[in-house]
Every structure is written in structure tokens, then in C-alpha cells.
Design a binder for this molecule. Structure first.
Ligand SMILES: Cc1cc2nc3c(=O)[nH]c(=O)nc-3n(C[C@H](O)[C@H](O)[C@H](O)COP(=O)(O)O)c2cc1C
Length: 257
């Protein structure tokens, strides 16, 4: 993975350990110069699957509908994708690059699965609508002061990697829908098998669309970790059935070289 020249990757990486969802925003829109910078950044988002067509639309509050009270922001990005194997995970990995970039720039953001763009906007795009990311100047604290402020599972709950588990810390801290943290990691520091916990009936019903996005977010945090350490990550699907794990659904293998 390479990525945008617009920001030091170290700054993005540091943000993993500080970021939080911002749900209170200033009403005023961001300056045009900032929006222009974001448009440039979006052009450089790296996918897992380059062959899957994606598009990102900038929306304003009038373009959004929600059946539940939800965070109101001056700006939204709507992600759309071609419907192909791995497409939601691909969007999770791509849009998390923007989530970290926004946070690193002092801009608040929040993934939003519940609100949606208005019907005519969804219908105007030939690709499938996937998710929203709300953003704007924050009207609440932007960053956490320490890792202890993250409400997350422990490393032993999300992995059986034992001595190598510490490398999973960036994935452990990743945001997920309703803080579900569906991920589980196995293997070693060279070959990390990525699973999600098989959802029960209710979770499957409610979170089915969002779990693959969560997985893409966590995978991106791990990719950035290895990139910062000067290592390259190949995200593959390993056809070897020995990586099957009862109670878990296999997603990908990260090969670290
Ligand atoms: C795919 C996805 C969908 C989400 N949908 C919503 C949402 O509809 N409304 C909301 O307030 N937060 C939403 N969130 C934010 C999560 O609730 C939040 O990331 C999680 O509770 C962890 O908190 P943190 O981001 O502050 O670390 C969503 C997050 C993800 C990744």
C-alpha cells in the first residue's frame, strides 16, 4: 500500500490511538479550501480490490434522512460501490483512511449506518449505496487523551496469537458499528488470518451490512501499522481449508513481507 502524499502517514497512524466518533458539530460548513483538500485526498484512497468500482459523494444536511435521531453534521460523504465479492470490506478499508485523515486535520467525523441519503440521491448513482461518514468542525472533544478511554475488548478476546498479539493493538482500537468489534485474529506476525465472530441470529439481522465494513476498518489499521514499520502487506484470500475456524467466518489473510 502506498497512499496519499497529502499527509504524513505517521500522523494518520498516531490518530488510531486518539480518535473517537464525534457526534456534535458546529453548524457552519468547513471552508472551501478544506473541502477541496478532502476531494484530493479521496482521489488517493487505496482499495483492497482495485477492480471494484467505487464512488464518494459529498452531501449536505438537506440530502440526509433518518428514522431515528442521529448526529447532525454540516457535511457527509456517501460511499457507493459496485456489488462484488468483498465490496463492503473494501469500502471500510477505504473510508477509514478518510476517517483518520479528518481526525488528524482537527475535523470531527462519525461513521453513520442508520441515516441514509434521500432516495433520489441513492437512485441517482448507478452503484450500490453503502454507508455515510458525517464530518465537520467538532463541538465536543476531538481526541481521546489516552488508550484507556477506548471501550474495547482485550487482545486475548480478539486473538489466539499469544506472543505476537501486541501487533494487533491498532486493530483492537478500530471503530465498529454499535462497537460490536466482530474481529478475531489468528496466525503469527507474518501471516495473520482475519476472521469475524459468527454473528448470532439477532446480530446477523441487524448488523449484517455493517460487519464487513467493520472488518475493512480493522484491516486498514493493521495495514497502516505495518506500513509505518516499513513492511508491506498483501491482503489475500487463502484457499487452504486448514484456516477454517468453528464459530468464526474467515475474511482474509494478511501476508507481511
Ligand atoms: C459501519 C459503522 C456504522 C456506524 N453507524 C453509526 C450510526 O448510525 N450512528 C452513530 O451514532 N454511530 C455509528 N457508528 C459509530 C460507532 O458507534 C462507534 O464507532 C463505536 O461505538 C466506537 O466508538 P468510537 O468510534 O468513539 O471509538 C458506526 C460505526 C461503524 C463502523
Amino acid at each position: 500500500m502506498h497512499g496519499s502524499n497529502l499527509i504524513d502517514q505517521e500522523d494518520l497512524y498516531k490518530t488510531i490511538f486518539q480518535r473517537k466518533s464525534v457526534r456534535k458539530f458546529q453548524v457552519e460548513p468547513l471552508p472551501d479550501s478544506v473541502l477541496a483538500l478532502l476531494r484530493e485526498f479521496i482521489k488517493d484512497l487505496l482499495p483492497i480490490y482495485g477492480e471494484i468500482e467505487t464512488s464518494f459523494m459529498f452531501l449536505s444536511p438537506d440530502d440526509i434522512r433518518s428514522f431515528l435521531p442521529q448526529p447532525q453534521a454540516p457535511h457527509y460523504i456517501a460511499a457507493f460501490s459496485q456489488k462484488r465479492e468483498g465490496y463492503r470490506t473494501n469500502i471500510g478499508l477505504m473510508l477509514q483512511q478518510l476517517d483518520l485523515f479528518l481526525s488528524a486535520q482537527g475535523i470531527g467525523s462519525c461513521w453513520l449506518g442508520i441515516p441514509k441519503p434521500k432516495k433520489e440521491i441513492i437512485e441517482s448513482n448507478p452503484l450500490e449505496y453503502i454507508i455515510l461518514l458525517a464530518f465537520g468542525a467538532p463541538k465536543e472533544k476531538l481526541h481521546r487523551s489516552s488508550v484507556s478511554e477506548f471501550k474495547r475488548k482485550s487482545l486475548s478476546e480478539i486473538s489466539d496469537m499469544e506472543s505476537d498479539a501486541q501487533i494487533l493493538e491498532p486493530a483492537r482500537l478500530a471503530p465498529s458499528s454499535v462497537n460490536n468489534q466482530p474481529w478475531f485474529f489468528s496466525g503469527d506476525r507474518k501471516n495473520i488470518n482475519v476472521y469475524c465472530k459468527a454473528p448470532n441470529f439477532l446480530k446477523n439481522l441487524l448488523l449484517k451490512k455493517w460487519i464487513p465494513i467493520d472488518m475493512g476498518i480493522a484491516i486498514y489499521h493493521l495495514c497502516l501499522h505495518f506500513k509505518i514499520k516499513g513492511q508491506e502487506v498483501k491482503i489475500i484470500q487463502d484457499p487452504n481449508p486448514s484456516r477454517e475456524k468453528p464459530g468464526y467466518v474467515y475474511f482474509n489473510t494478511l501476508k507481511i513481507v
